[in-house]
Write a new protein. Sequence first.
Length: 348
Amino acid sequence: MTEDSNPITYSRRFPTIEDVARLAGVSTATVSRSLNSPARVREATRQAVEAAVKELGYTPNFGGQALASNRTNTVGAIIPTMENAIFARAIQALQETLAARNVTLLVATSQYSPAREEDQIRTLLARGVDGVVLIGSERPASAYELLDARGVPFVILWSAPANTPHVTIGFDNASAAAGVALRVVEMGHRRIAVISGITRDNDRAQARVAGIVAVLENAGIPIHPAYLTECPYSLNDGEAAAIRLLTGTDRPTAIICGNDVLAAGALRGARILGIDVPGELSITGFDDIELATAVYPPLATVRVPHRRMGAAAGDCLMRWIVEGKRPESITLPTEFMDRESLGKLRNT
């Protein structure tokens, strides 16, 4: 660099609402109405404003809007992971419901870590979100205290009201899993294993295991500790868990899995070992994501109301934010999908 060289600096000027008004030939108040209440503006005027906005690349001043309305028109959602499709449908429906109200959705993942989730709650609150969507009810009391102290509306998906005093939009995990176990027992199975997700800090996984165990105990079917295993929700982990269960001397005739991803992995493990499903082994899942019918044989599983949860969460949260009235919890039904991966036990 020569001695007379100077650092290059860039200045960037964002277009203002005054610029839009000037280009469109209208007042700033008309621009504001066109953007916020387009139905109140004549079509020709609205088109002129839209053309000016597009030409200038104008975006409303976020901070100014927030100060004026005491709202940021943003909602935060924290989900455990984006690595599988379990939460995708609900988040998509939530996004669509909020977008129809001109509300932006911010999404973060916790990787099933309560500490990380609490950090993300703090971050979302610092950004001024108007509401928060969480998955499951089990988390440290400090996380709930933080939300309550800030007075930010929040709803919990995937859980039933019996699990928490907070607003939930979900279903009864224990009852749904019990229904699967009952159907497996009705098909004649007595050596029944369970591949669950990690139950620590996960009320959904805990409830599903509890529902299964209750049915088996009621049917007089003891579940051996070796038949009850936990692993992360992944295809590879489901496969490895199934192989461990199926290489013993007294292998199960049915494996109930905590979700469809684990069940698909278990199917792959059975195929590696040359075990016919459902001829020699039955496998069930939970969730009824697209994977459930993409594998062979198609999975018997529980259909979870993913999209209904997401849409209802958006509706309830926005009513709470706008009207200031806490909504009632909503419990949605599940449905058992009886498909080919579950078969009747053959006489041995």
